[in-house]
Design a protein around this ligand. Structure first.
Ligand code: BDR
Ligand code: CA
Length: 313
């Protein structure tokens, strides 16, 4: 059983990642959820996960973190996630409230109580970076940091930069230079596990609450891909959870990775270097390269929805 905290900016794909984790509570001891500004403002993304939890009947503590990146101004993503950050599904406003503890205090208290903890970071790395700067004495209890972010070649918000890293490159740089075991689910592996639009159509919302919610989420989320003429959409953040459940489903490679802080085209790029005697960077990271079998990968998601449909009435 792995202790995890999910640090996120929900966000359509964040919610689907979190639902997949909820369904696998026999594998994860979910200590809580921490939120960070990214896809939308801190208030909006926090409210989104609270209302999803209320809707499905979960009550994990939700602790709010930083409301903007370390050095850059906040630059939210309405084009992908809408004005509220989770546009599409019609679910009731949240009744539950955040914990009242700052995210980094929550992470600190968890680390003081457990022997080992995995941080699953699926938003900008502001909370994680500032946690490491504030409480460096606790970092060795972090078993692994698994992130959705970066890429080894592609970009989505800039030619070579992915949103979570580009949004707060300074924070990302602290995390990549922490010398902690790290796994990076970048754009390429996420695209290799993308769901086809006709597979979204086939999700049967009569199966229950979770499938209905997931389908509504994906109906909205696919709009971004549709505008580009694509016929499938990656569920980026979910890749981290599926990796933790089934590392054998992935091709991966150890690479040295650092983050570019400036550069006309390259700010926020994860610079991935083959490890060799020429290496200039010394941050070995497990880089997920591709999903081996897209059907097996997506089946973990479908099974999670089935489980939640039975549980959440
Ligand atoms: C990442 O950016 C966000 O919009 C998504 O939630 C995901 O974490 C993909 O680049
Ligand atoms: Ca996210």
């Amino acid at each position: 059983m792995r202790n995890i905290i999910i640090d996120c900016d929900p966000g359509h794909d964040d919610v689907l990642a979190i639902m997949t984790a909820f369904a696998n509570r026999d594998r994860f001891n979910i200590l809580g959820i921490t939120t960070v500004a990214g896809n939308q403002t801190l208030e909006k993304v926090t409210n989104n996960i609270l209302k999803v939890q209320d809707h499905l009947g979960f009550a994990y503590p939700v602790s709010m973190g930083y409301d903007s990146p370390i050095c850059k101004p906040l630059d939210v993503q309405p084009a992908a996630h809408g004005e509220m950050g989770l546009d599409g599904p019609e679910i009731a406003d949240a009744v539950s409230k955040p914990s009242g503890k700052h995210a980094i205090e929550f992470i600190k208290e968890c680390l003081e109580k457990v022997d080992k903890l995995t941080m699953v970071c699926i938003g900008p790395l502001t909370n994680m970076g500032l946690f490491l700067k504030t409480y460096p004495q606790l970092k060795n209890k972090i078993e692994e940091i698994v992130i959705m972010g970066g890429s080894y070649n592609l970009g989505n918000v800039r030619v070579k930069a992915e949103f979570n890293i580009y949004h707060d490159p300074e924070a990302a740089r602290i995390v990549f230079n922490s010398a902690l075991p790290m796994t990076m689910a970048g754009l390429e592996v996420c695209y290799s596990g993308a769901i086809n639009f006709d597979e979204i159509d086939r999700l049967n919302e009569k199966n229950g609450k979770a499938t209905k919610l997931a389908k509504e989420i994906l109906e909205f989320y696919k709009g971004w891909a549709e505008k580009r003429g694509w016929t499938q959409t990656a569920i980026f953040d979910m890749t981290t959870i599926i990796y933790l459940l089934h590392p054998e489903y992935f091709d991966l490679k150890m690479m040295n990775v650092d983050v570019e802080l400036s550069g006309v085209y390259t700010q926020g790029m994860t610079v991935c270097e083959e490890i060799s005697s020429y290496s200039r960077i010394n941050n070995p990271v497990k880089v997920l390269m591709a999903v081996k079998d897209r059907f097996a990968f997506l089946n973990v998601f479908y099974e999670a929805l089935n489980k939640l449909d039975q549980e959440c009435k």
